[in-house]
Design a protein around this ligand. Structure first.
Ligand code: AMP
Ligand code: MG
Length: 422
C-alpha cells in the first residue's frame, strides 16, 4: 500500500509547485522601522539613492598618488591631507602625493593609494619603499563601483537579515515596506495531551508540539496562533477547525495515522478539504497530510483557500515534516522568493547501523560539528534515539541526517552525506 504514496522527491516537487502558485498572489504590505525589520520580507525592491560608494574611496591609510609616479620610488612632496568625512580641498598636482585616511574621498587626479606601511616619509615628502610596486586602482574603490544611483539592489521577496539592514541603512531607508506575516493556526490534537503546568496522570503527556511549532513558525517568518488543544472526537475537531478557518495556514498535529482515534482526515474532509497527498515515503513522518480548504473571513490577502498540513503527532515527525514541507509553503505565503528546506554536505563520523531496506527516505536527528579547521568538512554523527517521540534526542541534535531510500551501499565512516539543517 505504501508504494502508492509519493516519494520524498515527488512530495517535495508537489509542494514546490504549490508554493510557486502561491507566489502569484502578493500578501498585504505594512511599513516597519528598519530596526524592527529583521526576519521580515521586502515588499518592494530596494534602490540605491546615490552612487555607492558616493565618492572614490580610499580603502587604506596612506598616500593618494599617481601609481606610475610612485612606482619610480622618487620622493614625492605631500601636497595636502584628507580625512574620512571631508572632501579634498583640491586635485592632486602632478608629481605629488596626498595624505589620506581609510574611508576618505580620493582627490581628483589620483589613481592609487600607497599604504602607510609601504612608504617612508621625511621632510614633507613620501617615497614608496623600493621592494613595493603600485598598480593604478590599487586601494581605491571607484565611485559607483558597487552600485549606481537608481540601481535595484534587492528585489521584492528578499528575506531581511543583517546584511540587508546594513544595505538599507546605507541607502537612507529608515523604514521598509514589508509583507504582513502569514498567520498560522496551530492545533494539537489528542486525548492524552495536557497543559505544560499540569501534573501528569496515568497515560497523559504534555503538549510539546504547540510550543515547538510556534517557534518553528516564527523562525520561518509566520505569526503563530496557538489554538486550544482538541480532543480526539469529531465534534471537538469540527469546532477547532471552524475556529482556525480564518488563518492563512493551518498546522494540525496528531490524529493522522491509521489508528481508531485518528479522526483528523475525516474532519478536514467535512471542512471542505482537497487533499494533495495523504502520506509520503519518509521516516519519520510517513502519515503526513497536505491539502487546502476554503478559507473564511476577510480575504484581505486575496487568498480564498487555506493550505493545511496534518503533521504526525510524534514530535520528531512533526519537526521534520514542518521543515521539509510546511516551511516552504509558509515562506511562499509570506511573499518570499526562496525558502525551501536547506541541505548541506557533511562527513559521516561513524557508520550508521545497517537496517533492512524500508523504501523510505529517512531523516534522523544528528549533530553536526561545523567548527572544523580550514579545509576540513563539517562532521556529522547520529544522535542515539528511541524513535520519533524522543524529544531529548531532538534537543541534542542540530540537523537531520538524510538516508536515501535507494541506498544499496551501506554508508561507511568518512562518507559525504546530506544533512537537513534545522
Ligand atoms: P498520533 O499522531 O496522534 O497517533 O500521535 C503519535 C504520538 O505522538 C503519540 O505518542 C502521541 O501521544 C504523541 N503526540 C501527539 N500529539 C502530541 C503533542 N502535541 N505533543 C507531544 N506529543 C504528542
Ligand atoms: Mg493522537
Amino acid at each position: 500500500m505504501s508504494t502508492a504514496l509519493p516519494s520524498y522527491e515527488q512530495a517535495a516537487a508537489q509542494v514546490a509547485d504549490f508554493a510557486a502558485r502561491l507566489r502569484l498572489t502578493r500578501p498585504a504590505v505594512e511599513r516597519v522601522e528598519l530596526a524592527a525589520a529583521a526576519g521580515r520580507v521586502m515588499a518592494r525592491p530596494l534602490y540605491a539613492d546615490c552612487d555607492q560608494p558616493p565618492f572614490a574611496r580610499s580603502t587604506r591609510d596612506g598616500f593618494a598618488c599617481h601609481a606610475r609616479e610612485a612606482s619610480t620610488h622618487a620622493a614625492l612632496p605631500v601636497a595636502g591631507a584628507t580625512r574620512a568625512g571631508q572632501p579634498p580641498d583640491g586635485p592632486l598636482p602632478r608629481g605629488a602625493a596626498w595624505e589620506i585616511m581609510t574611508g576618505a574621498p580620493v582627490p581628483d587626479g589620483a589613481d592609487a593609494v600607497m599604504m602607510i606601511e609601504h612608504v617612508e616619509c621625511g621632510g614633507g615628502t613620501v617615497r614608496l619603499l623600493p621592494q613595493r610596486k603600485l598598480e593604478p586602482g590599487e586601494n581605491i574603490v571607484a565611485r559607483g563601483a558597487q552600485a549606481r544611483t537608481g540601481d535595484e539592489l534587492l528585489p521584492a521577496g528578499a528575506a531581511i537579515g543583517f546584511g540587508q539592514i546594513a544595505l538599507a541603512a546605507s541607502c537612507g531607508y529608515g523604514a521598509l515596506e514589508v509583507f504582513v506575516r502569514p498567520r498560522v493556526a496551530i492545533l494539537s490534537t489528542g486525548d492524552e495531551l495536557v497543559a505544560i503546568e499540569a501534573e501528569l496522570r496515568g497515560g497523559q503527556i504534555r503538549n510539546s508540539n504547540s510550543p515547538m511549532l510556534a517557534t518553528m513558525v516564527a523562525e520561518a517568518g509566520g505569526e503563530p496562533m496557538v489554538l486550544p488543544t482538541a480532543a480526539d472526537s469529531a465534534s471537538a475537531l469540527d469546532e477547532s477547525l471552524a475556529r482556525a478557518a480564518g488563518a492563512d495556514m493551518l498546522l494540525i498535529t496528531g490524529g493522522v495515522s491509521a489508528g481508531k482515534f485518528d479522526l483528523v482526515e475525516p474532519a478536514l474532509a467535512r471542512a471542505g478539504a482537497r487533499f494533495h497527498f495523504t502520506g509520503v515515503r519518509i521516516q519519520p513522518g510517513k502519515p503526513l497530510v497536505f491539502g487546502e480548504r476554503p478559507r473564511s473571513g476577510d480575504a484581505e490577502g486575496g487568498r480564498s483557500t487555506q493550505p493545511f498540513f496534518g503533521l504526525p503527532g510524534n514530535p520528531v515527525s512533526s519537526a521534520v515534516t514542518f521543515l521539509l514541507f510546511g516551511a516552504p509553503v509558509l515562506a511562499a505565503l509570506g511573499g518570499r522568493r526562496d525558502g525551501g528546506p536547506r541541505f548541506a554536505l557533511a562527513r559521516l563520523s561513524a557508520a550508521p547501523e545497517r537496517r533492512p531496506r524500508t523504501g523510505l527516505t529517512r531523516f534522523l536527528p544528528a549533530l553536526c560539528t561545523f567548527g572544523t579547521p580550514v579545509g576540513v568538512s563539517p562532521e556529522v554523527a547520529l544522535v542515539p534515539w528511541q524513535g520519533s517521540g524522543d524529544l531529548a534526542a531532538l534537543a541534542r541534535s542540530n540537523c537531520f541526517l538524510v538516508l536515501p531510500d535507494d541506498d544499496h551501499q551501506p554508508l561507511d565512516a568518512g562518507a559525504m552525506v546530506r544533512i537537513l539543517l534545522s
